[in-house]
Design a protein around this ligand. Structure first.
Ligand SMILES: [Ca+2]
Length: 547
């Protein structure tokens, strides 16, 4: 449950430090190696707030996994709505609404992002670079002698976000003289993995977690991001042209749009779509060769959709049909997975991914899993402590995500369901909202009628669940961020509930749909993957949703 609020008396409030005074107090702490604290002026559309930048250096040297003489350098930026002492007056204390909203990162992190998304709404909010600079991309993990820097890896995987949570809370206590009433996490992609990491490893830290398109299962999905390039290299000898990939993507949407009963340009559940690129092979002289595929190209595209497998057993998931190939299967591979192979798995900056074949892929996939599952897999399905703490978590994922395979989210959610004792138990504290036709963390370029992920609406639903006990069964979404310009709005149903058209009225209006409650997921058996060799903690075993 949330910490009890302690409202400072007038006398206490008078003794609280101003923003400018926080840095000196912070620098007296031996774990803080750098600190600044400066009031940021209001610049339209942002309110004025106090920005505290700190560097946490609580760990150092070989005993903590760093190089000799190297110390932890976790940078955290913390935004604090102005306290009463700094002239704030519109909230629980000054301009502060009494709550924290910590914000997640993207990719390999490395950036202290803006915090005005939190402060403008009255929240104290923060962001961390997780201990390294974005300029290094994935290279930070490898020391000059090609050994792994486990200190920096652990900072990226979990220490950085924990320090972010701890120090944001400390700053709130210092600046406002009271504990936060409620504490939230909000992140997508890497931020979605970080949210799950908090729930799994630091279950007391947050009352509510919003986690989108999570980059969990990191040790398995990151190498799988390169699978398409490996398949194209082997089957075709080069990347397939973007025009051809675009054409076969459009064909897959056309083929599978109607499976859900409504021809609206949206594939409601791409797991129902089994369109094969072989039906898009050029047929004689009538075909336009730029608008169809060779046999070899069709074989590669089917492999991209099916995902990597070993002797017929699924290792990980592929891109969903209807998803653009430009993120992972362009003229050059996705840099996060290329660097993953070079700097993490092989520990060899000269490693050339072209040497990986379809046949050797399972070995390098397994190597990734064995080396990094425990540090960054972030797929522990046991959320008991988070549940017992009173935590609530909402996960969402666009079903046309061009970078992170949505079936990884179904897979984790099903494992968490099994561990929690069944659907009705897991839904008490953890709900999943799959967004048809949406891309990575939002957007719907290929299925433009698809109602969009709204981080704001999802976050508000989370707050309502945490603070008022209203568990969301559905979230209404629009296909334009400006709702007055939207042509479609639909409810997004919590998984595994089904969107059902009532049979009368416009099928572009949310009012004419219901979310039909389901006790089971018809497509679940298609999500099985081979057992997780990193931890052997239940992945791939048939689990029972229907308890
Ligand atoms: Ca449809």
């Amino acid at each position: 449950m949330a910490s009890a609020a302690l409202v400072p008396s007038a006398g206490q409030a008078a003794q609280l430090p101003t923003c400018g005074g926080l840095a000196a107090i912070l620098l007296a702490n031996p774990d803080i190696s750098a600190a600044t604290s400066v009031v940021q002026p209001a610049i339209t559309p942002h309110n004025s707030y106090c920005l505290v930048n700190i560097t946490v250096s609580a760990l150092s040297g070989p005993k903590d996994g760093y190089l000799p003489g190297q110390s932890q350098q976790v940078k955290v930026g913390i935004g604090l709505p102005l306290s009463a002492a700094d002239g704030g007056k519109n909230g629980t204390q000054g301009d502060w609404n009494g709550r924290i909203e910590d914000l997640g990162g993207g990719g390999y992190a490395g950036i202290v992002g803006p915090v005005t998304g939190a402060t403008d709404a009255g929240y104290a909010g923060s962001s961390t670079d997780t201990g390294h600079s974005a300029a290094q991309q994935g290279k930070f993990a490898l020391n000059p002698d090609n050994t792994l820097n486990w200190g920096l890896i652990r900072d990226f995987a979990f220490n950085g976000i924990h320090e972010q949570a701890v120090w944001t809370k400390k700053l709130v206590q210092m600046y406002y003289g009271m504990d936060p009433i409620f504490t939230y996490w909000n992140g997508c992609s890497t931020g979605g993995r970080q949210g799950h990491q908090q729930a799994q490893k630091y279950p007391e830290d947050f009352d509510g977690i919003l986690a989108g398109a999570p980059a969990f299962n990191w040790d398995r999905f990151i190498p799988s991001e390169q699978w398409g390039e490996i398949a194209m290299n082997q089957e075709v000898g080069a990347p397939i042209s973007s025009a051809k990939l675009d054409a076969v993507k459009k064909e897959s949407i056309k083929a599978c749009d109607g499976l859900d009963g409504i021809t609206d340009g949206i594939i409601q559940d791409p797991r129902a779509c089994h369109f094969s690129a072989k039906s898009f092979v050029c047929k004689g002289i009538q075909s336009d060769p730029a608008n169809c595929l060779t046999d070899a190209e069709a074989s590669a595209v089917d492999k991209i959709w099916e995902g990597p497998a070993q002797q017929g057993k699924q290792l990980w998931f592929g891109l969903e049909r209807g998803t653009t190939f430009v993120g992972l299967d362009g003229s050059s591979p996705f840099s996060i997975s290329t660097q993953w192979f070079q700097y993490w798995v092989q520990q060899d900056p000269t490693f050339d991914w072209h040497t990986i074949t379809e046949a050797s892929f399972p070995d390098i996939f397994t190597k990734s899993e064995i080396k990094f599952h425990d540090v960054i897999g972030t797929d522990d399905p046991d959320l008991t402590d988070f549940r017992d703490h009173g935590g609530k978590m909402i996960m969402y994922h666009g079903l046309a995500d061009l970078l992170i395979m949505p079936r990884g989210s179904y897979n984790y959610y099903n494992r968490a369901t099994d561990r929690a004792g069944g659907l009705k138990h897991v839904q008490q504290f953890y709900r999943f909202f799959p967004y048809p036709g949406n891309s990575h963390c939002g957007g719907n370029p290929d299925q433009p009628n698809a109602p969009l992920i709204s981080g704001t609406d999802l976050f508000n639903a989370l707050v309502n669940w945490v603070e008022h006990g209203v568990a969301p069964d559905s979230i209404v979404a629009w296909n334009n961020p400006d709702h007055t310009k939207a042509t479609f709005n639909r409810p997004i149903c919590k998984y595994p509930d089904k969107l059902v058209y009532k049979g009368t009225g416009s099928n572009q209006d949310a009012a004419n749909f219901i979310c039909q409650q389901q006790q089971n997921d018809d497509f679940f058996t298609s999500q099985l993957v081979v057992p997780d060799r990193g931890a052997n903690n239940g992945v791939g075993q048939l689990q029972t949703l229907n308890k």
